[in-house]
Design a protein around this ligand. Structure first.
Ligand code: IPE
Ligand code: IPE
Ligand code: MG
Length: 252
C-alpha cells in the first residue's frame, strides 16, 4: 500500500450500477383510464403498449431480466367483464407484438398457474416461449395468474412429489423448484401507481431486492421514470445483512 492510499466510503464498492433483474408491479391502469374519462380496459390496453416500450428501454440499459406482474392470483376477484377483457387483451397483445418482441431479441417466459386459463391462451403462451427461446438480449417474464404464495406452494408440491428427505430440503432446493428458477433474484423491485405493498408478488425471490415505489401510473412509465428508478438503485448500498468494511485503494 502506497503512502497516498485512500479509504473509499463503506458501500461504494458494493454499488452495482445496473440491476441484472428488475421486477415490476405494473399498477395504475384503471386510474390512468379514469383520469381520461375512459373505461378501465382503455388503461389496460395502454398498459400493454407501455410494457413493450419498457422492455426495450430496460434492455438498452443492460438489464438482463424483466419480470412483470400482469395478472395476480387475486385479480379473479374483479368483475367478470374486466377479467375476460384482460384475457382477450393478452391474446390480442401476443398477436400484435410477438413478432416485434422476437425481432427485438426478447426471450419471453410465462410464470404462473396456467391450469386456470383457456386452451387458446395456453397455446399463445407456448407459441411466444417457443418462438423466442433462442433470444438473449433480455428475458421478459410475464407473471400471469401468479402469486408469491402460489409459487411457494407449487415448489413445495414438487419437492413432496419427488420424495425429498427433510434434511435435503433447504433454501437452494426450494429455489430450484420456484417458477423463476431460471433467473437470479430480482435486484430491483418497482411498483408504479403509488401503493406501497407487494400484493403477493415474488415473495420468496424479493427477500433482498431494493424497493422503488413511484406515483407514476403504469401507462405513463417511460424513459424518465425508468432512468429515475435505475438512478435510485445505483445509489443504494446493498449489504445483505453484513457490514461493509472500508475498502482500501492504492493511490498513484
Ligand atoms: C394493474 O392496474 C393491472 C392489473 C391488475 C391487471 P389496475 O387495474 O390495478 O389499475 P388501478 O390500480 O385500478 O388503477
Ligand atoms: C397488483 O395490482 C397486481 C398486478 C399489477 C397485476 P392490484 O391492483 O391487483 O393490487 P392491489 O389490489 O391494489 O393490492
Ligand atoms: Mg391496481
Amino acid at each position: 500500500m502506497s503512502a497516498s492510499a485512500q479509504v473509499v466510503p463503506p458501500g461504494a464498492a458494493a454499488r452495482a450500477a445496473v440491476p441484472r433483474h428488475v421486477a415490476v408491479v405494473m399498477d395504475g391502469n384503471g386510474r390512468w383510464a379514469r383520469q381520461r374519462f375512459m373505461p378501465r380496459f382503455f388503461g389496460h390496453k395502454a398498459g400493454v403498449d407501455a410494457l413493450v416500450r419498457a422492455v426495450n428501454l430496460f434492455a438498452d440499459r443492460g438489464v438482463e431480466y424483466l419480470t412483470v406482474f400482469a395478472f395476480s392470483s387475486e385479480n379473479w376477484k374483479r368483475p367478470s367483464e374486466e377479467v375476460s377483457g384482460l384475457m382477450s387483451l393478452v391474446l390480442v397483445a401476443v398477436s400484435k407484438y410477438l413478432t416485434k418482441l422476437a425481432g427485438d431479441g426478447v426471450r419471453i417466459r410465462i410464470v404462473g398457474d396456467r391450469s386456470a386459463v383457456s386452451d387458446k391462451l395456453r397455446q399463445a403462451w407456448a407459441q411466444a416461449e417457443e418462438l423466442t427461446r433462442a433470444n438473449s438480449r433480455i428475458t421478459l417474464a410475464v407473471a400471469f395468474n401468479y402469486g408469491g404464495r402460489w409459487d411457494v406452494v407449487q415448489a413445495c408440491r414438487q419437492a413432496l412429489a419427488e420424495g425429498v428427505a427433510p434434511a435435503d430440503f433447504d433454501e437452494a432446493y426450494l429455489s430450484s423448484r420456484m417458477s423463476l428458477a431460471f433467473a437470479p433474484d430480482p435486484d430491483l423491485f418497482i411498483r408504479t401507481g403509488g401503493e406501497m405493498r407487494m400484493s403477493n408478488f415474488m415473495l420468496w425471490q424479493a427477500a433482498y431486492s431494493e424497493l422503488f415505489f413511484t406515483e407514476c401510473l403504469w401507462p405513463d412509465f417511460g424513459t424518465a421514470e425508468i432512468d429515475a428508478a435505475l438512478e435510485a438503485y445505483a445509489q443504494r448500498d446493498r449489504r445483505f445483512g453484513a457490514i461493509r468494511p472500508p475498502v482500501v485503494v492504492d493511490g498513484d
